[in-house]
Design a protein around this ligand. Sequence first.
Ligand code: AMP
Ligand code: MG
Length: 396
Amino acid sequence: MAALTFADARRTVIDKVRAALPPPKTESIRLAEAAGRILAQPIHADRDYPPQPRSMRDGFAVRAADLPGTLELIGEVRAGQPANLTLAPGQAIEIMTGATIPPGADSVVMIEHTTAEGALITIGRALERGANINPQGCDAAAGAVLLQPGHRIGYPEQALLASVGAACVTVYLRPRVAILATGDELVEIDSHPSPHQIRNSNSWSLAHQVLRAGGEAIVLPIAPDRMDATIDLIHDGLQADLLLLSGGVSAGKYDLVENALRHFAAQFYFDRVLIQPGQPCVFGEAGGTFFFGLPGNPASTMVCFEVFARAAVELLAGVAEPMLNFTLAPLAAPFHHKAGLTRFLPARLLPGGTVAPLRWSGSGDIASITRANCYLVAAPDRPEYAAAELIQILPL
Ligand code: AMP
Ligand code: MG
């Protein structure tokens, strides 16, 4: 099978998963439990926002035509009170931020731009009509769609849901994502590894990444590098909505994962991508369940999940448009890499705003990745970058 570019591989994942999405399942949850969930219903404005014209400042409600001038103060409107005074020409009403504009007023002058003497307020400047007023419905008109299904509930969404009184919201069920680490050298974290063994860490990073993407992680026992045991555990993993395997997809004699998957009449959409780390990354489908074979090096597993598998989890979770939040940052120093592969290197966005790749000893160096706050993304056709040149980064 030909190796795909990064962009083609990502497009393949999104197209294949989107084309085979099962009918969505939903549940109703309380707003307090909604953080990070994906909306399955549209959210409408239950009334105009703001419901009445509202002052943006502490000051005086006035008529713009009266300014500049000296006006007679006839009372006040506070936030949380109905405006039951009417303003006549030559008058001012003291008003607080968020309070309703009283009938007759068309502008608000900031308190800082006034001088008071008893019941007389002097304003030395002219004001445009409508100044410092949020007209009724300027944020949203009653009935307008504020959020569409497929939108993730972040903190601004939680505020919006609260403001329209959505005490309960309908969200998509989280997809169940099975995680299967493979490797004879792996032991569970509560074991004491012999010198030739290591603890299984990939299941932990993956479980976290799955949760963050909107899925529910089901961690299976470690699969040893034996065909029968690997087949049995893949069988269990394929009962989930998505299966993530780590390790066993390289060219080694004991890399059995692809052959074990063939036992389930798997279809492979790619088994090599022109990226680093993570070149032997596998994506396919068996018995109606998509799977990823993520190369076992911890950095490879993390990167391949972020750039490929996360999109699949998000689509299954109901996200309308999976996105990678690439941005650009200036390099702290010149950077070069061998052309041909898209590289995702642990890097640090520094306080001054420049980015620098971290020193690391290779894809197994988990400690270095914990010092990173982004990946530096080096393009396959750009071997040389100058200092201060903009380069793509991907938040960690
Ligand atoms: P593999 O992809 O199976 O060839 O493994 C590549 C490297 O990643 C080897 O050094 C493995 O020991 C390591 N590795 C594989 N699986 C895991 C895991 N679950 N946790 C930590 N390291 C792993
Ligand atoms: Mg292995």
